[in-house]
Design a protein around this ligand. Structure first.
Ligand code: HEC
Length: 115
């Protein structure tokens, strides 16, 4: 009789390793919430990504060098110029900076929330 031999050890090992490889591939390819957070914090400066709220931008970008600045009253134009100046400092010192759109979002946020 020529029935097929049972699975050899070698083949069984290959199948197991193959299944393990597929499992780990899927584990790394399907991003969970943690992976997404890790990617967003590792993101190099200047690459646009999912929008951050103006409040978060203000709280994170504006505290890279000094404490959160007091929002004392200034004109919109003064804040606009100040945010641009701060953004220039960020770029000059290699810190995470603001895109043009983010800078105007932060400026608007400051103007709306200043005392
Ligand atoms: C790269 C470092 C850095 C970052 C990031 C930064 N600042 Fe500054 N900031 C400075 C330095 C240096 C000064 C003091 C020198 C000056 O005023 O130009 C300053 C001063 C200030 C002052 C006082 C200036 C004045 O004329 O009274 C305010 C207000 C301020 N920053 C707001 C902000 C805001 C808002 C952000 C976020 C958009 C920010 N900073 C981000 C470095 C930074």
């Amino acid at each position: 009789m020529t029935s097929r031999p049972p699975l050899s050890n070698g083949r069984a090992l290959l199948i197991t390793l193959g299944a393990a490889a597929v499992f780990f591939l899927l584990l790394f390819l399907i991003p969970g919430p943690h992976a997404a957070r890790r990617i967003s914090t590792l993101r190099p400066a200047g690459i646009p990504k999912v929008a951050e709220s103006p409040a978060v931008l203000f709280a994170t970008r504006c505290t890279q060098c000094h404490a959160l600045p007091a929002l004392t009253h200034r004109s919109t134009e003064d804040w606009r110029i100040l945010v641009l100046k701060m953004n220039r400092y960020m770029k000059q010192t290699g810190r995470q900076s603001l895109s043009e759109e983010e800078a105007s979002l932060v400026t608007r946020y400051i103007v709306q929330n200043q005392k």
